[in-house]
Ligand binder design. Structure first.
Ligand SMILES: [Zn+2]
Length: 172
């Protein structure tokens, strides 16, 4: 098993921070639309937003419709792998193992997430739905390099707030 390294999150540029906040806004929109509170955006090589996606698990009646898989699907249908290699997927919460796999297959070269998987599960509380598998563990086993940045300290309050009282009402 590859050795895991501790990543110190660098300060994000104003543009990247805005993209992270956009992903959190999309998570709130997903929640407003009756879905789980997750959102993601795709940035081109100049960090401009080119695609956005929300979680659509409930309205789409498809458990694989996470924000990141929805975004990867859209991205791979519209952009070639050589372009995607220079793109960044920005997401409101750390990609799950399924989404990390999808991101790998898409050839997207960088991932930025606001809230960690550990924090998400702290918010949700005990649940048989937990799948604890940090995205860095998935990417560490891939042949292609992946840059991973997160969690993002500056947006922790917003990243938490979008989940507030959502999961308790869902499971009670
Ligand atoms: Zn996922």
């Amino acid at each position: 098993m590859p050795a895991l390294s501790i990543t110190i999150t660098p300060m994000l540029t104003t543009t990247l921070l805005a993209a992270v906040q956009r992903a959190i806004t999309l998570a709130q929109q997903a929640r407003d639309h009756g879905n789980h509170p997750f959102g993601a955006v795709l940035l081109d090589e100049n960090d401009h937003v080119i695609l956005v996606a929300e979680n659509t698990v409930i309205t789409g009646r498809d458990v694989t419709n996470h924000a990141e898989t929805n975004l990867v699907r859209l991205a791979s249908q519209t952009l070639p792998p050589e372009k995607l290699r220079q793109c960044t997927l920005v997401t409101s919460t750390e990609p799950c193992a399924m989404c990390a796999g999808a991101i790998h297959w898409s050839h997207i070269g960088r991932v930025i997430y606001a809230l960690s998987e550990v924090e998400l599960y702290n918010i949700i509380g005990p649940s048989p739905e937990h799948l604890q598998f940090p995205c860095r563990d998935v990417f560490a086993r891939a042949a292609a390099p992946m840059i991973v940045i997160g969690p993002i300290e500056e947006v922790q309050a917003e990243a938490h707030a979008v989940h507030a009282e959502f999961w308790s009402t869902l499971t009670s």
